[in-house]
Design a protein around this ligand. Sequence first.
Ligand SMILES: NC(=O)C1=CN([C@@H]2O[C@H](COP(=O)(O)OP(=O)(O)OC[C@H]3O[C@@H](n4cnc5c(N)ncnc54)[C@H](OP(=O)(O)O)[C@@H]3O)[C@@H](O)[C@H]2O)C=CC1
Ligand SMILES: O=C1O[C@H](COP(=O)(O)O)[C@@H](O)[C@H](O)[C@H]1O
Length: 503
Amino acid sequence: MTASQPDVLAGAYGQCQPFRIEALRPCTLVILGASGDLTRRKLMPALYNLFELGALPSGCQILGCGRTALTSDHFREQMLVAIRQQRALTMEEWERFARLLAYRRLDYAQQADWQDLASWLRQPGLPASRLFYCALPPDQYATVACQLGAVGLQQATAPDYSRLIIEKPFGHDLASAIALDASLHQIFAEDQLFRIDHYLAKETVQNLLMLRFANALFEPLWNRSYIDSVTIIASEQLGVGQRAGYYDRAGVLRDMFQNHLMQMLALVAMEPPSRFETETVQNEKAKLFRSLRPFSTGDPAPQLLLGQYQAGQIDGQAVVGYRAEAGVAADSCTATYALLQLYIDNWRWSGVPFYLLSGKRLAAKQTAIHIQFKQIPHSLFGHLLSAPIPANRLELAIYPQERIALHLQTKSPGGKACLAPVQLCYDYPQAPLQARLDAYEKVLLDCLQGDHMMFWRQDGVALSWAYLEPVLGRCGSQPLLPYVAGSWGPPEAAALTARLLNI
Ligand SMILES: NC(=O)C1=CN([C@@H]2O[C@H](COP(=O)(O)OP(=O)(O)OC[C@H]3O[C@@H](n4cnc5c(N)ncnc54)[C@H](OP(=O)(O)O)[C@@H]3O)[C@@H](O)[C@H]2O)C=CC1
Ligand SMILES: O=C1O[C@H](COP(=O)(O)O)[C@@H](O)[C@H](O)[C@H]1O
């Protein structure tokens, strides 16, 4: 471990919570679905990076499992290829890590396979703390929990632990989310469950609470008196790729709104928690979700635009329309774009519109939160200038840049009254100046530490579904607006989008 590495884990500068590797118990990480895309592209590179940083407790083992018949050697070879697609490493570096890896075939429906797995995990010398990572289609989560329970692997004797990590989607609607949770809770207690939302592990998203509550500057303005609107955008250039089977059932509302956009909304709009602790933060998020004005009610009633991409061009390359994607029905009515306006019925936000926008095959990949302040109440320069003065805006950019930019007006040098827009900007330092953990590295580290702060709690999942169900009910009954791939969405949304995003 080099001198700078502990800093990367705790934070590179400023006042940081110390990272204490010695406080972590050695554990056996069992990846279920280890032959799949998530393991290859995200988990294994993240685990390797953590290992290299010295953030995996010594004695950790990583066991890949799946129905695919692979030897451990074959699995290691595949993982080496996967890691090398993302970073360079020497054979010597690799061999130190490869010693931690093994693979076992596991048919999820076969109890005998689980008995064998349990015996393997209980062999002397292997850590008794276990993390089970479901890198699997979600319809397998309940089976996995049930089988783990049947062979007693959900239990551990303190200070050892047994934890289950699951990936979104958490259900397809409110009823299935509740049913899934009930199945998981038959075997696991809430504190053993980790529901991942990788947006919560993004730096700028995590920074929201620090920015809002570690500065005296913003909070007095963070309300209906000074804020005109809030826009949360997660646009993508990508289409559905290989995931048509999943996406055509999910659509943009389930894929992005139910989870990532709702979490960003909660962090922007929630009340200050009394302490930076899991329960207090989760309680405030739940309160916020409960304050959402039910869709289609109230005055003004929330608005929704839905769209689906047609053939077009992305970066000069022709791309097919959604209905021509492999695996998508030729008459699919799945929305690949949505722009939702919502209101929060509480003292702070009464009357302030929040806009949530996400879509595939849009003009650019952009993830950001825009806080649009109100116009100044009176302009003393009105009679001197030809145009109104643009209002202030705080931009929290997550992708492609990670930055915080405050848009202001200042006098530009020269003539008497000469106003010019400027930005006070904080750009996140880039490696190597400040090496940083990526989202999956942080997620895995939090699971090792048993820290639930940046995961979903079940009440939040249910409240988010409860809010969204009437919105989902609109799919099929309101027009699905076509948009050209590579544009900013349906023409019907163009004027509003331009205003919201300042484009
Ligand atoms: N891929 C990504 O970038 C992301 C994925 N996720 C979530 O992570 C989870 C895993 O995703 P991903 O790796 O892409 O999924 P994959 O489709 O690649 O499936 C993972 C593995 O699961 C096993 N599997 C597939 N179908 C079944 C089935 N019907 N029954 C039992 N096992 C099955 C297969 O392994 P085998 O045949 O060897 O058993 C497969 O290799 C999903 O919940 C997904 O929503 C979340 C965010 C990003
Ligand atoms: O969860 C998902 O997120 C990705 C976008 O994630 P990002 O980190 O690249 O912004 C999205 O492409 C995918 O459809 C969705 O399932």
